[in-house]
Design a protein around this ligand. Structure first.
Ligand SMILES: Cc1ncc(COP(=O)(O)OP(=O)(O)O)c(N)n1
Ligand SMILES: Cc1nc(C(=O)O)sc1CCOP(=O)(O)O
Ligand SMILES: [Mg+2]
Length: 206
C-alpha cells in the first residue's frame, strides 16, 4: 500500500468558530499535519488563530505548521513552518527553527528541490498539479517530477494544487509522501469530515 498521508491547509480566511470545523476534520480520519495559511491577516490575527487552532491539532497528535514566517512559528510554539521561494532566507529559517519542521515550496523545479534538500528542509513541496481556485498558480508540476524525486531522494515530498479524491491516485502511485489540500476538505459538500474521509479512502485505494 502506498505510504502517503493527508496534509491539511486552512482556508485563506477563517469563519467564526472555525476550530469546531477543524476538530470535525481531524476526528474524521488520518491527517498528518495542519498548516495555518492566512494570506491577508496581520500579526495579531495570526497569533489569535494560532492560539485557538494549535491546541485542536496538537491535542490530537497532529503537527501544526505556520505558513510564510519561521520566526513567528518558533515564537508561538508551532511545530514548524512552510516557506515559499520568496518567504525570506531559507538558511536563516532552518537555523531559527532548530529541530522544528521546515517545508519549502519548490514549484516544479528540480534545482529548487535539491537546494532545499541540501539546506535541511524536512520536506519539499511540488505544485500545482491541477488547476485550483484557492490560489493563482504559475507553475505546473508533473507526476514524472514526483517519480524522479522519489527515486533520487529520501526527503519527503508534498504534492499540492487542485488535488481531490477523484484525481489524486496517480500522485500517490508516483510516490508523494503527502497530499496537501484546501478545497477538497473545506469545500466538500458534506462538510470537512466527509472531505477527510473521501481523501483518505482515495489514498488507500490508489
Ligand atoms: C504544503 C505547501 N506547499 C506549497 C505551498 C505554497 O507556498 P508559497 O509558494 O509560499 O505560497 P503561499 O502558500 O504562501 O501563497 C504551501 N503553502 N504549502
Ligand atoms: C497554497 C497553494 N500552493 C500551491 C502551489 O502550487 O504552490 S497550490 C495552492 C492551493 C491549494 O489549494 P487547493 O487544494 O484548494 O487547490
Ligand atoms: Mg508563502
Amino acid at each position: 500500500m502506498p505510504d502517503c498521508r493527508l496534509y491539511l491547509i486552512t482556508p485563506p480566511r477563517l469563519t467564526d468558530g472555525f476550530e469546531t470545523l477543524l476538530a470535525q476534520a481531524l476526528d474524521a480520519g488520518d491527517v498528518a499535519c495542519v498548516q495555518l495559511r492566512l494570506k491577508d491577516a496581520g500579526r495579531d490575527e495570526v497569533a489569535r488563530a494560532v492560539e485557538k487552532l494549535m491546541p485542536v491539532t496538537q491535542s490530537r497528535g497532529v503537527a501544526f505548521l505556520l505558513n510564510d514566517d519561521a520566526e513567528t512559528a518558533k515564537r508561538l510554539g508551532c511545530d514548524g513552518a512552510h516557506l515559499g521561494q520568496t518567504d525570506g532566507d531559507h538558511e536563516a529559517a532552518r537555523k531559527a527553527l532548530d529541530s522544528h519542521i521546515l517545508g519549502i515550496t519548490c514549484h516544479s523545479s528540480r534545482h529548487m528541490a535539491m537546494t532545499a534538500g541540501e539546506l535541511g528542509a524536512d520536506y519539499v513541496a511540488f505544485g500545482a498539479f491541477f488547476p485550483t481556485e484557492t490560489k493563482q498558480t504559475e507553475h505546473v508540476a508533473t507526476v514524472e517530477l514526483l517519480e524522479w524525486w522519489r527515486e533520487m531522494m529520501e526527503i519527503p515530498c508534498v504534492a499540492i494544487g487542485g488535488i481531490t479524491a477523484a484525481n489524486c491516485a496517480p500522485l500517490v502511485r508516483a510516490g508523494a509522501d503527502f497530499l496537501a489540500v484546501v478545497g477538497a476538505v473545506w469545500n466538500h459538500q458534506d462538510g470537512p469530515g466527509a472531505g477527510v474521509k473521501a481523501m483518505n479512502a482515495a489514498i488507500a485505494g490508489a
